[in-house]
Design a protein around this ligand. Structure first.
Ligand code: ZN
Length: 63
């Protein structure tokens, strides 16, 4: 499963809840809603960053 597919969970236990309508900050990217399976925190990530994102709340990832 590709990292931009809804339901993808990366190695840090961060789940992709699907693409938003919000343009991302990387070139040609959209923001995706991410959810931490550890603490339930939700945040947005660029499509290109999903595979490596860490939770901003409990893993020290960037917001
Ligand atoms: Zn978390």
């Amino acid at each position: 499963m590709g990292s931009v597919e809804q339901g993808f969970v990366n190695r840090n236990q961060q789940r992709n809840n699907g693409r938003t309508q919000i343009p991302g900050t990387d070139n040609q990217q959209w923001f995706y809603e991410m959810e931490c399976l550890g603490c339930g925190h939700k945040y947005y990530a660029n499509g290109s960053d999903i595979w490596q994102r860490k939770c901003p709340k409990c893993q020290g990832g960037r917001t």
